[in-house]
Design a protein around this ligand. Structure first.
Ligand SMILES: Cc1ncc(COP(=O)(O)O)c(C=O)c1O
Length: 393
């Protein structure tokens, strides 16, 4: 059973409209919108439908600033270091555009990373002659050791997440960044699969760039993502030349007085139409909920659930990374007799149990709205599915 008092669990769940018919353990795929985020989105659409003339020029700026500040607060960063972008790939591409690579420079990425963290570096390698090095998944689950051992004097860029997106195993970024600094290599961190459920503090790591989606553990809409840019890159070149990121864009009557100067800090890296009138209030509502509940509290809640999952899955003969090698918020469970996890995930879905198959792992990712009842039902349904089925294959 969860260690949290049940009224607190209910308090978390009451922020969502989640039917008890469904066991949703798939935050790593997509988070459900909290009620307040859905309401904020509907209110924004209604305003646009019925009263679009009420949209003031300040509305192009103020909600985006609120969102920027909320992301900054959750990462212990300054709002000036946060850019609002449409996707992780956009953020990674921004980093790729600003790091000067020469032939023979090395770019280090972990094996089987999410494609948005891979394709941009494949392109850089093609264009510049830099070498893309993929670090194999370490059998001892020690990603930091594996990444550091793969570094050389030519390492120019290291891309590492907080956790492996398929099974939640942990990357010790403090160790990785130390090795990066020793070689003057830049570090880009994708926190998409941890931001919202695992505390993250840029002041402790001092990465060069951080990227995240907003629609998974962050519980926000699809289409708004976040990019942190360290002070040392703030004079860089944005991907686009859009009007709102230029100095003085607040004054709509003087937009044709074209300027070379940008808005302050990382705002120059914002994507075009970053204001996203309907999405921004939703994203803000979702992140405010995370702040109110607090990410450390969410982390300890989901850790309690994954501990039960851990022992239940082990009893069912799944192979799982040891707890100390994991971020504690999600599990990637492999089974020597089950090669096709997609089929298993599809069968669970027919029983209203939602998890993902990623590579050879069944990925189970609980969030603040889940509780001991969800975990117990998942394990029962899984056991039922496995009975007879494992033996057949
Ligand atoms: C680790 C990680 N990064 C990024 C993304 C999404 O990237 P993008 O915003 O480029 O679609 C995902 C989606 O599953 C992901 O798991």
């Amino acid at each position: 059973m969860s260690k949290l008092p049940s009224d607190l669990q209910n308090q978390f769940r009451s922020h969502f409209e989640l039917s008890r018919e469904v066991v949703y353990l798939n935050a790593a795929y997509m988070g459900p919108l909290p009620l307040r985020a859905a309401k904020a989105g509907i209110a924004a659409i209604e305003k646009r439908s019925h009263q679009c003339w009420q949209t003031a020029s300040t509305d192009f700026f103020d909600p985006s600033e609120d969102l920027r500040a909320e992301v900054a607060k959750l990462w212990s960063a300054r709002a000036d270091n946060i850019a609002l972008v449409p996707s992780v790939s956009y953020g990674v591409e921004t980093a790729a555009k600003n790091i000067q690579f020469s032939e023979g420079d090395e770019i280090l990425i972990p094996a089987e990373d999410f494609p948005s963290n891979v394709y941009p570096w494949m392109e850089v390698a093609k264009k510049t002659g830099a070498k893309l090095i993929t670090v194999p998944r370490p059998e001892n689950y020690n990603w930091a050791q594996a990444m550091i051992e793969a570094m050389s004097e030519r390492t120019k860029l290291v891309s590492a997440p907080v956790c492996d997106w398929s099974d939640g195993t942990y990357f010790d970024l403090a160790q990785i960044v130390k090795a990066c600094r020793a070689r003057r290599a830049a570090l880009i961190v994708d926190v998409s699969q941890s931001f919202g459920a695992v505390p993250f503090d840029v002041t402790k790591i001092d990465p060069d760039f951080v990227v995240s989606v907003g629609y998974k553990w962050q519980l926000g809409p699809y289409g708004l993502a976040y990019l942190y840019v360290a002070n040392r890159w703030l004079n860089g070149t944005p991907l686009e030349n859009n009007w709102i990121t230029r100095a003085g864009s607040e004054d709509f009557s003087r937009l044709v007085e074209y300027k070379d100067a940008y808005q302050q800090g990382a705002r120059r890296f914002d994507g075009g139409e970053r204001t996203q009138f309907h999405l921004t209030p939703m994203a803000l509502g979702a992140l405010q909920l995370l702040s109110e509940v607090s990410v450390p509290q969410i982390h300890s809640h989901v850790q309690t659930l994954t501990e039960t999952l851990h022992s239940g899955l082990r009893d069912l003969r799944f192979e799982i990374a040891p707890r100390e090698a994991s971020c504690g918020h999600m599990i990637g469970a492999r089974h020597e007799r089950l090669a096709n996890m997609a089929t298993l995930a599809a069968r669970l879905k027919t029983k209203n149990v939602f998890v993902s198959a990623r590579g050879s792992a069944l990925r189970i990712s609980p969030h603040l709205y889940n509780d001991a009842e969800d975990v117990a039902r998942f394990l029962t349904v899984l056991e039922g599915e496995l009975r007879g089925w494992v033996g057949e294959r």
